[in-house]
Design a protein around this ligand. Structure first.
Ligand SMILES: NC(=O)c1ccc[n+]([C@@H]2O[C@H](COP(=O)([O-])OP(=O)(O)OC[C@H]3O[C@@H](n4cnc5c(N)ncnc54)[C@H](OP(=O)(O)O)[C@@H]3O)[C@@H](O)[C@H]2O)c1
Length: 306
């Protein structure tokens, strides 16, 4: 399903977000006109509270681990921001908090232009653990609020207590919305049975062309409730070297990575969060924001990756 066109209000909001993300990306101002062009065609996803985000964000699990120099990783994130990938996903456990610190440096001075997502692990949910974990994440990120705060995975937590703590943080303005990660349909049904559990904004799960399990149950379950899904590991295990993807990419003049990301966000209800510490890879990935695959190309991908 292709995404419906944006209303004038939605389009203006997106342009404002993308345009202002440029000033967050120091040194990237020269890209203003090309970023506006991206904005004109960019795919977006709407949360149930009406907030609109780009369908492509940026992950950060392996940042600040020495895979690339940290300055290069910061530049890669800034490049992604300048190209419209203004949603950044992180978690307190990534690189023991150093991923959040690195992101804090990137967004400093430009917080309003970024949709910031972080996560709390289940072992920090007892008592006032979520409030303390949130404060610690905010401090590492150098901000006073998160746009989205997720329970990272299930692990013996009291779901009703988790929802109550998230709702408290929301009431205090420390988080704008909350959600979960790695929940299956049974977990989601359990969540929706606790008080305010149906205020969950999203479920972040693994989804890529080589791993389509959620299409059987979780994706339709969320779609029925108007709830967007966040797709992690959207580049899969080796999809960037897949021959079908490469052939489609060649026809569009882009990489296999861009094609597989465009496939992941094709429905308008999935936000993919590829991670890269490389400016070149980020530029390749950002192409997916404005890449429309034809029905024949989607059929070919279905046949190659049933
Ligand atoms: N909620 C959860 O439990 C959970 C679990 C896993 C991941 N996540 C989130 O999802 C994000 C993405 O998932 P992921 O890191 O597992 O997988 P991914 O984004 O699918 O893949 C990341 C890998 O692909 C490489 N890459 C990126 N763009 C490329 C391109 N254009 N061409 C070739 N290689 C490219 C990156 O290396 P370079 O840096 O060299 O580009 C990195 O090795 C994470 O960073 C994290 O934020 C959440």
């Amino acid at each position: 399903m292709n995404q419906p066109p944006l209303t004038r209000r939605e389009f203006s909001g997106l342009c404002a977000a993308l345009g202002s993300s440029l000033s967050a990306a120091g040194g990237m101002m020269g890209a203003l006109s090309s970023a506006s062009a991206v904005a004109a065609a960019a795919r977006t996803v709407k949360f149930r509270d009406g907030i609109i985000v780009p369908a492509l964000g940026q992950g950060s699990w392996h940042l600040a681990q020495g895979r690339h120099p940290e300055a290069a990783e910061e530049e890669a994130l800034r490049t992604g921001l300048s190209l419209g990938m203004t949603l950044i996903d992180t978690a307190e456990v990534y690189s023991s908090g150093r991923s959040e610190q690195l992101i804090g440096r990137v967004i400093s001075g430009g917080r309003d232009r970024v949709f910031l997502v972080s996560k709390v692990p289940p072992q920090h949910t007892a008592g006032n653990g979520i409030a303390r974990a949130c404060e610690a994440s905010l401090a590492r990120l150098g901000t006073d609020r998160l746009d989205l705060y997720l329970l990272h995975w299930r692990g013996g937590e009291n779901l009703a207590g988790v929802v109550a703590a998230f709702e408290d943080l929301r009431a205090q303005g420390k988080i704008r919305a909350w959600g979960v990660s790695n929940f299956n349909v049974r977990d989601m049904e359990e969540l929706f049975r606790v008080p305010n559990g149906d205020r969950c904004a999203t479920n972040q799960v693994r989804y890529n062309l080589g791993d389509r399990g959620i299409e059987r149950d979780l994706l339709p379950w969320c779609k029925q409730r108007g709830m967007p899904v966040m797709a992690y590991t959207p580049l899969g295990d080796n999809l960037v070297r897949d021959s079908t993807l490469a052939a489609i990419g060649a026809a569009h003049g882009c990489s296999a990575a861009a094609v597989t990301l465009a496939w992941a966000i094709r429905s308008g209800t999935v936000i993919a969060i590829p991670e890269s510490g490389s400016v070149e890879h980020v530029k390749e990935n950002a192409v997916a924001l404005s890449l429309a695959l034809t029905p024949e190309e989607i059929q070919a991908l279905d046949a190659a990756h049933p």
